[in-house]
Design a protein around this ligand. Structure first.
Ligand code: ADP
Ligand code: MG
Length: 175
C-alpha cells in the first residue's frame, strides 16, 4: 500500500533512502516548529505537486497546511479548515493552490464533483485525510504523517525524486 511503502519508520532525525525515495522523521516541539516546517516546505512546491497529510484528529494537519498556504501567499491569510466545504482554493504566484479535507467525503462521486483529480495535475494540492482518496491517490505524492508525541508532534515525511525538498528538510532538522 502506498502509505506503508513510503513511510517506513526510522528514528527521530534519522533518514532512510528507499529505491529513489527519501524519508525523514522530524520532532515538532511546538506550534512554532510546525509553522517553521511549513515555511521550509512551501517554497519547494510546484504546480502538479500533491502533499498528503495523514494523522488523527488534532495531529496538526490543518495547522501545517495553514503555515504552507500563508508562506506561499506571502501574507497572513485567513485559512479556514475545509472540514465542511471539503475544499478551499487559493491563488499564489505559481497558480492554483488547493486545500482539501476529505474527512467528510461520502464516496467516489464526491471526488469527481470536487475536481480534485484534475487539480492533482495542474495545481498544488494539500490533502488532509488522504486515505479517503482510495484509488485516486496521485502519483509521487509528498506524504506527511503527523502524530502526537508528548507535548509536541512527530512528522514522518516521505517522497521520491525531490532534491530541493530533501536538502531543505535536512537543513530544518539540523537547525
Ligand atoms: N508541534 C506542535 N506541538 C503542539 N501542538 C501543535 C503542534 N502543531 C500544531 N499543534 C496544535 O494542534 C492542534 C490541532 O491542530 P489541527 O491542525 O487543527 O489538527 P488536524 O487538522 O490534524 O485535526 C492545534 O491547536 C495546533 O495549535
Ligand atoms: Mg484538520
Amino acid at each position: 500500500m502506498w502509505h506503508d511503502q513510503l513511510a517506513a519508520p526510522v528514528g527521530p532525525g534519522k533518514t532512510v533512502a528507499m529505491s529513489g525515495g527519501f524519508s525523514i522523521q522530524i520532532f515538532l516541539s511546538s506550534d512554532d516548529e510546525t509553522d517553521r516546517l511549513g515555511r521550509t516546505i512551501a517554497p519547494c512546491l510546484r504546480p502538479g505537486d500533491s502533499l498528503l497529510l495523514a494523522g488523527p484528529v488534532g495531529a496538526g494537519k490543518s495547522h501545517l497546511s495553514r503555515a504552507i498556504i500563508r508562506a506561499r501567499l506571502g501574507r497572513m491569510e485567513d485559512v479556514p479548515s475545509p472540514t465542511f466545504t471539503l475544499v478551499q482554493t487559493y491563488e499564489d504566484a505559481a497558480g492554483d493552490l488547493w486545500h482539501a479535507d476529505l474527512y467528510r467525503l461520502s464516496g467516489p462521486d464526491d471526488l469527481v464533483e470536487l475536481g480534485l483529480e484534475d487539480a492533482f495535475q495542474s495545481a498544488i494540492c494539500l490533502v488532509e485525510w488522504p486515505e479517503r482518496l482510495g484509488p485516486a491517490v496521485p502519483e509521487d505524492p509528498i506524504l506527511i504523517t503527523l502524530s502526537p508525541a508528548g507535548e509536541g508532534r512527530s512528522a514522518m515525511i516521505a517522497f521520491r525524486n525531490r532534491a530541493d525538498l530533501q536538502a531543505a528538510l535536512k537543513g530544518f532538522a539540523h537547525e
